[in-house]
Design a protein around this ligand. Structure first.
Ligand code: NDP
Length: 252
């Protein structure tokens, strides 16, 4: 896979899966727009492990509808083009229906949908305006196994990721005539900060046994899949949702 001179935006690249995706693209020659929200220290650590370049840091809150346009414009000012958008930034917040107040419920729904669903939709809107003029591009959205199985403790998260799947399928059809190809990666549990509490808690071992491999995914395994989907020759995968869950979905 060769991404030489390709410009790739990875949202939520300050840590976890996003950092691994940024690293994988940089290792294959891409110039990476490393996006973060709050944690500039961690985002700088990502920059320090990227080979090649030039790469650059960009900050924005993807849940704010006014920030997506300037993020894409800033990237175009710096690099002059945008070839790949990876919508990876996301949040997971538990809000069990039987335990939270209605105010909390509302807040968690709004924040989760704004970050995990509407944010990616807005970035696709602005990126695709440019990709259409440029003659094409690729978009990979990071969903979740929870989109298919539901998330009893975090229903807004499950709904946001199901919505992301449907958004991707809809826009894969709308944008294919412009050579813009959209795919989805749906991981099961991955060893990152987001899953740390659950994996190190009393259910950690049980979660690992959900897969016949006896472990959860490593961020690099998700990154490799993203690279493949964003590479030349994968056009006909547009609209596909690729599971990266170590057969755990088949087990329980
Ligand atoms: P982490 O919690 O480790 O990292 C989340 C990233 O998203 C950070 O870079 C954070 O930026 C960024 N982010 C959060 N909120 C915002 C916001 N409002 N605006 C912009 N950026 C934001 O997550 P993971 O690496 O584990 O997950 C990455 C993706 O993979 C997510 O979409 C997640 O839903 C999905 N996923 C993860 C699984 C897992 O088990 N870990 C399983 C299935 C899917 P900053 O730190 O700078 O604030």
């Amino acid at each position: 896979m060769n991404f030489k001179d390709r410009v790739v935006l990875v949202t939520g690249a300050s840590r976890g899966i996003g950092r691994a995706i940024a690293q994988a693209f940089a290792q294959h020659g891409a110039k990476v727009a490393v996006h973060y929200h709050r944690d500039i220290g961690m985002a700088e650590k990502t920059m320090n492990v990227l080979p090649g370049g030039p790469h650059q840091l960009f900050c924005c809150d993807v849940s704010d509808p006014n920030e997506g346009q300037s993020l894409i414009e800033d990237i175009l000012k710096k690099f002059g083009r945008l070839d790949v958008l990876v919508n990876n930034a996301g949040i997971f917040k538990a809000h069990p229906i039987q335990k939270v107040s209605y105010e909390q419920w509302l807040e968690d729904w709004q924040r989760t949908l704004a970050t995990n669903l509407v944010g990616p939709a807005n970035l696709i809107y602005w990126a695709s305006q440019h990709m259409i003029k440029q003659g094409g591009g690729r978009i990979v959205n990071i969903s979740s196994r929870g989109a298919f199985r539901g998330e009893p403790e975090a229903p807004a998260y499950g709904a946001s990721k199901s919505g992301l799947n449907a958004l991707s399928q809809s826009l894969a059809q709308a944008l294919a005539p412009h050579n813009i190809f959209i795919t989805v990666v749906a991981p099961g549990f991955v060893e990152t900060e987001m899953a740390r509490e659950l994996l190190s808690g009393p259910d950690g071992e049980k979660i690992k046994r959900q897969s016949p491999l006896g472990r959860v995914a490593r961020p690099e395994e998700v990154a490799r899949t993203v690279l493949f989907l964003a590479s030349e020759g994968s056009d006909y995968l547009t609209g596909a949702i690729v599971d990266v869950n170590g057969a755990s979905y088949l087990r329980s």
